[in-house]
Write a protein that binds this ligand. Structure first.
Ligand code: SF4
Ligand code: SF4
Ligand code: SF4
Length: 167
């Protein structure tokens, strides 16, 4: 990948630091307070942090507090009823009364609004994660430096993603 506007300098996406570590990963999703910094502090124009969904933890709720704003007019996907600013969460009826929520990562900007809603009133199955095929592995991750809750640690290159464990 080239981050140089003249395409003279190239970044080897397979590179790791000398200890074989990727610089950053959100280690403790329980520490994350969904402050919004993950969306805005990444050096990439579109953050390497995205929302992911642990289906095993999800309640498949009809009134999903990660999907709907706190006072929806109706439980429909109309823009005024939903939290996600980019329409990245797809709501699909499964069977009465269950609905499935999937994240379109091409649309997700990592703002964490759904994460906050899910964590406050739901099971916490929506959470933020560094997507390592996007991450540049900066030696000093600017989001990690800006994280108010110390939710970031360096992670081994062989295990770059830290998926939430079912509790
Ligand atoms: S609310 Fe924010 S973090 Fe959640 S899916 Fe939408 S863009 Fe991504
Ligand atoms: S290491 Fe760099 S590219 Fe990766 S999440 Fe942090 S700031 Fe973004
Ligand atoms: S900067 Fe830290 S607290 Fe804020 S959304 Fe990212 S991981 Fe969560």
């Amino acid at each position: 990948m080239s981050v140089c506007p003249k395409h003279i300098l190239w970044l080897d996406e397979t590179v790791t630091n000398i200890k074989g570590y990727h610089p950053s990963g959100i280690s403790d999703q329980d520490k994350c307070i969904a402050c919004g910094n993950c969306a805005t502090y990444c050096v990439l124009r579109e953050s390497a942090v995205k929302c992911v969904h642990s289906f095993a933890m999800c309640g498949y709720c009809e009134l999903c507090t990660g999907f709907f704003n706190p006072s929806p007019n109706d439980l429909t996907t109309a823009a005024e009823n939903v939290l996600c600013p980019t329409g990245a969460i797809v709501r699909r009826f499964v069977e009465d009364p269950y609905f499935e929520y999937t994240i379109d990562q091409n649309l997700c900007i990592g703002c964490g609004k759904c994460v906050k809603g899910c964590k406050m009133f739901g099971n916490g199955s929506l959470y933020l994660q560094v997507i390592h095929d996007r991450c540049l592995n900066c030696n000093q991750c600017s989001i990690a430096a800006a994280c108010p809750s110390e939710a970031w640690v360096r992670v081994p290159a062989a295990r770059p993603h830290l998926w939430k464990k079912v509790t």
